[in-house]
Write a protein that binds this ligand. Structure first.
Ligand code: FRU
Length: 493
């Protein structure tokens, strides 16, 4: 594919001929990798989820969008509404780059309510004639008819002194009636930080300082911060950039994870344990959380990464959002499970019970491209268990579990087309407890693998050929007694 020039990447969607968009749409619709039950861009590139909130009986879900192709260019917010987080009503563009401050993109942000009205806080990205960045933070009000009205000027007009123009992604939350925003930043020593602002009227924001953590030198930028209290624990989520791999950890180009402990919001001190990744797959970044109608904490991520070329790019589109996950803390550990509402997408149940051994078996009923599969490991005397999904004679995505060290591995080396550049063809994590269950949501070109009922999640895009629709099970030696439950999945509306 030919390189996009800067001018091409900063063309306005409004200036493009309908004919050109129709042609692009046609090309995208013919892509064999189009998803069935994930939010994906109708054309162009989707990245971070933005402005997630449950408001007046409806969920609002937006995402970063560059409409014209599978590259990072001039960003808009594209919005969906939903009553149940599985059927989505397309609202189209909600925020566009139409002021000087956001002339080079309406960047990521969050949603909140103030006096029962809905607002977004987001970053305006501007470049001057020398391509120097200027980042400002803005607020817009969402009217009942869906129209979004920007406040006339920035509510935070510049980063505080001591920080660079890498200053973005405000996440607003309310505590004891006071509004707070945590904002991604970079200090002048070139390290990622999170800054905290406070307001009582949402127009005037006071800089309180940087959140003090034990992570002094942990990457050059921390994107997309999020803060919340869950079951008595404070969690700070962020996406550090510039972390070196450590064994099986931190192998993607950029990371996405959390620190957990107790946060003293008045003194901005976070007392915390280690930084943990949220997801151990190949394709996960920039998640955002919100509370649902039941008061549960839900997370949605971007199933993709910056600076990586994907096999869909040549079809004129890239990326999708993850399915929503519900977060809980159990025995001091974060658990992530698919939201219950996804069960409404299930059709056509099939089950099977049987042994897997060293002879690879194709299990016929488990065929298809979009399905939910639950494997209960009832007994395990195998040294290693292997599952191959989306399998043909020559391709498959392999999931391997090593009984001895509880290591679970996603292996994309035989899975067809691959994103690039990506370090290695496997991703692994060590489970806390022996493998008892795998629950996977497989769409046309992705898998979200939940291990041991929310203990670990591995999210990856997969680009196997059309005939790779089988499922295989085997072991290295010894046998495992397994129960399979498979549902076909229908798309939401
Ligand atoms: C994260 C990010 C954000 C920024 C947005 C721009 O993927 O780089 O920091 O606001 O994407 O699209």
């Amino acid at each position: 594919m030919s390189e996009w020039t800067r001018d091409e990447r900063y063309q306005r969607y409004e200036d493009i001929d309908q004919e050109v968009m129709d042609e692009l749409t046609e090309r995208v619709n013919q892509s064999k990798y189009r998803q069935l039950f994930h939010i994906q861009p109708k054309t162009g590139l989707l990245n971070d989820p933005n402005g997630l909130i449950y408001y007046k009986g409806e969920y609002y879900i937006s995402h970063q969008w560059f409409p014209l192709g599978a590259v990072h260019g001039l960003k808009y917010w594209y919005t969906y509404k939903s009553k149940d987080l599985i059927n989505f009503e397309d609202q189209g563009i909600s925020l566009k780059p139409d002021t000087k401050d956001d002339s080079h993109g309406v960047y990521s942000g969050s949603a909140f309510t103030y006096h029962n009205n809905l607002y977004y806080m987001y970053t305006g990205n501007h470049r001057d004639e020398n391509w120097n960045r200027k980042s400002t933070q803005h607020i817009a009000k969402v009217l009942d008819n869906g129209e979004v009205q920007k406040f006339p000027k920035a509510v935070i007009a510049a980063p505080p002194s001591g920080y660079t123009q890498h200053f973005r992604d405000p996440k607003v939350f309310v505590k004891d009636g006071i509004y707070y925003a945590v904002i991604a930043a970079q200090n002048e020593d070139g390290y990622g930080r999170i800054l905290q602002y406070q307001s009582t009227d949402i127009v005037n924001w006071t800089f309180q300082g940087e959140i003090k953590t034990k992570l002094e030198a942990f990457g050059f930028m921390w994107e997309c911060p999020d803060y919340f209290n869950l079951d008595g624990f404070d969690l700070l989520l962020f996406c550090p950039q510039g972390i070196e791999p450590e064994g099986e950890k931190f192998r993607n180009i950029y990371q996405s994870g959390y620190i957990m402990g107790q946060y003293d919001i008045d003194h901005l001190v976070m007392d915390h344990g280690d930084f943990h990744e949220l997801d151990y797959g190949f394709d996960f970044y920039a998640p955002q959380t919100f509370t649902d109608e039941f008061g549960d904490r839900i997370l949605i991520g971007w199933m993709g990464l910056p600076e990586v070329t994907y096999p869909t790019d040549s079809d004129g589109w890239a990326h999708c959002l993850t399915i929503p996950r519900i977060l809980t803390i159990e025995q001091g550990n974060l658990k992530q499970r698919p939201i219950k509402a996804l069960q409404q997408l299930r059709t056509n149940k099939e089950t099977a019970l049987g042994y897997a051994n060293k002879f690879t078996r194709f299990l016929k009923p488990y065929e298809g491209k979009q399905f939910e599969l639950i494997i209960d490991i009832l007994e395990n005397e195998a040294t290693e268990i292997y599952f191959e999904i989306r399998a043909s004679k020559s391709q498959s995505l392999r999931i391997a579990y090593n009984t001895k060290n509880k290591k679970i591995t996603l292996d994309r080396s035989e899975s067809g087309a691959l994103p690039e550049p990506v370090e290695g063809k496997t991703r692994s994590t060590y489970l806390d407890t022996p493998l008892s269950q795998l629950q996977m949501f497989v769409d046309t070109s992705s898998i979200e693998l939940f291990c041991n009922d929310g203990e670990r999640v591995m999210t990856s895009r997969i680009f196997t050929d059309d005939d790779a629709i089988g499922f295989k099970a085997s072991t290295e030696s010894g046998q495992a007694f397994l129960n399979f439950t498979k549902y076909d999945i229908k798309g939401g509306q």
